[in-house]
Design a protein around this ligand. Sequence first.
Ligand code: KG4
Ligand code: ZN
Length: 377
Amino acid sequence: MKILGIETSCDETAASVVNNGTKILSNIIASSSEMHAKTGGIIPEQAARQQVKSIIPVIQEALGKVTKLTRYKAYGEKNSVTRLFNNIVSPEIDAIAVTVGPGLIGSLLVGVETAKTLSWVWKKPIIPVNHLVAHIYANWLEPEVKGKKSKNKKIRKPEFPALALVVSGGHTDLVLMRGHGKIQWIGGTRDDAAGEALDKTARLLGLPYPGGPSISKKAEKYLSENSEFKIKNLKLFPRPLLNEKNFDLSFSGLKTAVLREVRGKRLKEKDIERLSAEIQEAIVDSLVEKSIRAIKIFKPKSFLLAGGVAANKRLRKKILSKILEGGLKAKLHVPEPILCTDNAAYVASYAYFNYHPIPWKKISVDPELTITDLKNL
Ligand code: KG4
Ligand code: ZN
């Protein structure tokens, strides 16, 4: 079954065709993040305008059987709905899946209204998708083929019960999955999300948006020599709630601590690299500690990382070493980095494994959706 996924919850316009929830046939992403880098963060109105410009050509290209992953800046204005309808009369897809929330209302509306229109015009079933849960399904996608070596690389499918840590720009949640659609929230942030903390503290260091990759690059530089010794001494910033016997996290204090550290100082490149490593380690430590605690208590068969922050190399490495060190049985699954950040392939995958089409007229956006909101979906 081929599903066309559509994702427009924030500043990425993405469309992808996925076969049987695992094989990516096309995966197109147009991002307006460079534009937001100039303003240091997303301006919702501008993100929505870029969505309007990009949505039609991105869907068109995804349906054009492109096999490689392509990443664009937002498309120009010359493409129109007419062009899409003229070129693609009846695409070879079985259904359409679209992110309905959470996200920015203007951005979400562009994807949802386009998907509803296409569902009606093409007479295809449509499945509404929760963006946060969909992130987890990046773990079901086969890695993109890069060169001959990885040609036979098949993905080990996650087994249930699974624990998932979803770490994105706006959310940080730990959930227990007893099966597809059976999701129980067990913990998460009480205030800022991990990605948000990275984006905000990067700004304090004068690093460009999005902050996660910027901080990660600088931290890697700092840790390129004597990394073990240096990591042991990364203790500058707080790791709140670590001693509490729950799965709660908190990142808002980090912002204040970083501000206190940098205020009135002229930072040299070396300071920025060291502080980036400090910030990254504080966030990674908190995420890993609470995840390991949850693995010990719930004893899942799989542990799944998901969301943009899951692309972080240090997080991936540390969670693996702690699972091994602790002799824990949970198998770690991490998506390819490019599949961690927003794309539509996981939207299509989610819809395959949670196939609940509903009449297009009943589909509407819900910017405030939480990770356990699967009602009406
Ligand atoms: O899931 P995502 O692409 O979008 C949302 O749904 O929010 O996550 C975006 C977040 C941003 O905060 C960004 O700074 C962070 O993911 N991020 C990273 C990395 N790549 C993206 N954080 C740490 N390391 C990375 N390599
Ligand atoms: Zn996301």
